[in-house]
Design a protein around this ligand. Structure first.
Ligand SMILES: [Zn+2]
Length: 143
């Protein structure tokens, strides 16, 4: 009875669990393959971007007229050098949190300076948990 029961369980596992496991594994791999290169290409654009914190919901919103990946490298450098003017470094210093540079997201691919500034200011306003300094939004022109 023991062997038979074991065989039945094994059969059920092989029929259902293994294909299900393989399916989810394959879907996961394909999703990763599809997602990663796109994310990398996205960060080769200029525009408005968002850098999240690893620990809390705080995010940093920025904009650049150069490649976002180049700007990220500068942010990383500023954090490493403990630059006081860096909002990201200030967040680390005051909270002890870590910045999740790997999850930097392109929010908007705007090429024109004014639209970038406006988009950035709107995104900062939309995120109450942003790490940006208050005067960042003062650049929003009066409409
Ligand atoms: Zn945080």
């Amino acid at each position: 009875m023991g062997v038979l029961y074991f065989a039945r369980v094994l059969k059920r596992v092989l029929i259902w669990e293994v294909p299900l496991f393989l399916c989810s594994f394959v879907i996961c791999c394909v999703a990763n393959i599809l997602r990663n290169p796109k994310d990398k290409i996205e960060l080769e654009n200029q525009g408005v971007y968002e850098i999240p914190c690893k620990v809390c919901p705080a995010t940093y919103i920025g904009q650049t007229n150069r490649r976002i990946s180049a700007r990220i490298a500068e942010h990383k450098n500023a954090v490493k050098k403990e630059e006081k003017s860096s909002s990201l470094f200030q967040h680390i210093k005051t909270t002890g949190h870590e910045i999740d540079f790997e999850r930097t997201k392109l929010i908007s691919k705007t090429e024109h300076f004014n639209s970038r500034i406006i988009m950035e200011a709107i995104e900062i306003e939309k995120h109450p948990n942003n790490m940006n300094k208050r005067d960042d939004t003062s650049r929003l022109p009066d409409i």
